[in-house]
Design a protein around this ligand. Structure first.
Ligand SMILES: Cc1cc2nc3c(=O)[nH]c(=O)nc-3n(C[C@H](O)[C@H](O)[C@H](O)COP(=O)(O)OP(=O)(O)OC[C@H]3O[C@@H](n4cnc5c(N)ncnc54)[C@H](O)[C@@H]3O)c2cc1C
Length: 499
């Protein structure tokens, strides 16, 4: 009989896993609490404007091509990607700017203007990363997680040593560049890992390398269109998606899953259950306390979670043709190497770094003609730290709108037609994200590799986790790799283990 798989949540991880499993012939059902697929990238509309809500940066498009091709489909039948070149303009605290691009010659020309020795330093860094990619990507990112002992493979450890994984990102970039602007420019993705460059391992310098080597891309129609494309593909492969259908609990008996209990009281039988809901939220709310294993409330309260984000989604009655798609303002505060600057434990009300996305210049579909949408993101403390958002929301919004001029958005206030604002509370309450920590568990050493919650549950048979808080980590590219691993575990367990 066809094996039944139930998936909790239609985030990118849930959808990618559904595609792979449905393509293998399993009977797959996804139960999603929201009214649409996509999780943090589900998108929103306000009047005539449509917005991406979460991801705006797409790396390694080949992962999406592989996901579709390995499921027997063609990505181009569902969505097209466009390469952005240059992709991100960085504005530094001292007024200088740098355009990140995968056109390495153009990038080095800009570096030369910042310091005559920088282009050669970049060549050395890039050459080291070509080797590091070979040594690190496959064994550590695209191989299903192993036991702690499984990580102790001498050949792989020896191959990693020349790349000094014990260095922080800051230390690694300093070794090459000795210019703090370049250090913070290349280490900005550490924010997406929930960490400051002075505490984040240098293994993550592979992220900026991948952006230089393979570019940054934009899905036409936005990331919400990508979510819809993955949803459609899942259905074309035979999966059933139940929207507005919250799960109350994973049904577990005698140490193995039996299925799901829905909020409407219905019980759904399944041979395997995949939880794509946020790990911290799900372990507290969806897993019976007797089956939580080592993830007690006490353990959860000691785990380190990322920052949250303050978001403004603005419908604007003009276009900003001359401003880039992605811009980041890196403030002086990013250079401070003590709390609260390194761990986002307090709200920065003086000089926060922030990011603005201006997608309409490459993708006019999201606004009426001559209008545009802007997406503003400011890292803020997650709700483990005390910020009264009910009192602060409006004044902080005014403060951030004024700061937008730092990125060239002059007098933006008078062009705003619609606006939606998210705080840490929105992420917690509307998106069911533990502490509103949108980039999930930090990627410090005690929460990495064998120490991160595993994809295959340690204590409940036929229960699997997929998403940013579990192995191997946060971000779309990592989650797509994890979907491959989850499928591998499920197939192996269903085909070999007698229940
Ligand atoms: C503002 C922001 C910017 C980001 N930028 C980037 C970026 O540029 N590039 C990048 O790669 N990543 C980025 N990320 C991270 C990326 O969005 C996440 O890593 C990714 O969305 C996590 O996917 P996921 O599969 O873990 O599921 P999620 O997106 O968390 O989805 C989980 C799903 O489970 C559902 N669910 C929860 N509880 C239940 C329940 N009880 N019953 C049924 N369904 C339930 C939720 O409704 C949701 O749809 C960003 C995130 C945010 C918030």
């Amino acid at each position: 009989m066809t094996k039944q798989i139930a998936i909790v949540g239609a985030g990118p991880g849930g959808l990618a896993t559904a595609m792979r499993l449905a393509a293998q012939g399993y009977s797959v059902q996804i139960f999603e609490a929201a009214d649409r697929v996509g999780g943090r990238m589900r998108g929103l509309e306000n009047g005539a404007y449509a917005f991406d809500t979460g991801p705006t940066i797409l790396q390694l498009p080949r992962l999406y091509e592989e996901l579709f091709a390995e499921s027997g489909l063609s990505l181009n039948d569902y969505i097209c990607f466009q390469k952005l070149n240059p992709h991100t303009r960085l504005h530094f605290w001292d007024g200088t700017k740098l355009d990140l691009t995968s056109d390495l010659a153009a990038f080095k020309t800009q570096l030369a203007a910042m310091g005559s020795e920088l282009p050669q330093a970049f060549d050395r860094w890039y050459a080291e990363h070509l080797r590091k990619y070979e040594a690190g990507y496959k064994p550590y990112l695209s191989t299903p997680v192993r036991s702690l002992l499984g990580y102790l493979r001498p050949a792989e450890i020896l191959a990693a040593i020349p790349f000094r994984p014990w260095e922080t990102l800051y230390e690694q970039f300093w070794r090459f560049f000795k210019d703090e602007r370049i250090i913070y420019a290349l280490s900005y993705p550490s924010k997406y890992l929930g960490m400051h460059p002075t505490v984040c391992s240098s293994i993550f310098s592979l992220i900026p390398f991948l952006e230089f080597a393979y570019g940054v891309w934009h899905p036409q129609g936005g990331f919400r269109a990508l979510a819809q494309a993955m949803g459609r593909a899942s259905e074309d492969l035979g999966a059933k998606i139940h929207l507005n259908c919250p799960v109350k609990q994973v049904w577990i008996e005698d140490g193995r899953v039996r299925g799901l209990e829905l909020a409407n009281g219905e019980r759904i039988f399944a041979d395997s259950v995949v939880v794509n809901a946020d790990f911290g939220y799900a372990i507290k709310n969806l897993i019976p306390s007797s089956a939580r294993g080592r993830y007690s409330d006490r353990k959860l309260s000691r785990m380190k979670f990322s920052c949250s984000t303050f978001m403004l989604y603005l419908g604007i009655n003009r276009r900003y043709e001359n401003l880039p798609h992605h811009q980041i303002y890196l403030s002086e505060h990013i250079r401070r190497q003590e709390r609260p600057w390194i761990d986002d434990s307090a709200l920065d009300e003086e000089d926060p770094s922030f990011y603005v996305c201006n997608p309409t210049i490459v993708d006019p579909s999201n606004a009426p003609q001559g209008h545009s949408t802007l997406f503003v993101l400011v890292p803020i403390p997650n709700i483990a730290y005390d910020v009264d958002w009910t009192a602060k929301k409006h004044s902080y919004r005014d403060f951030i709108i004024k700061r937008m001029s730092l990125l060239g958005y002059e007098n933006v206030e008078k062009h705003i037609v619609t606006e939606t604002c998210y705080t840490a509370l929105t992420w917690r309450d509307d998106y069911r994200v533990h502490l509103g920590a949108v980039f999930n568990l930090n990627h410090n050493w005690s929460q990495l590799g064998p120490f991160r919650p595993p994809i295959r549950s340690e204590n409940v048979r036929h229960l699997y986790w997929i998403g940013g808080a579990v192995h191997p980590g946060s971000g779309l590219l990592t989650i797509l790799e994890a979907a491959r691993s989850a499928t591998f575990f499920i197939e192996r367990d269903l085909n070999k283990v007698k229940v």
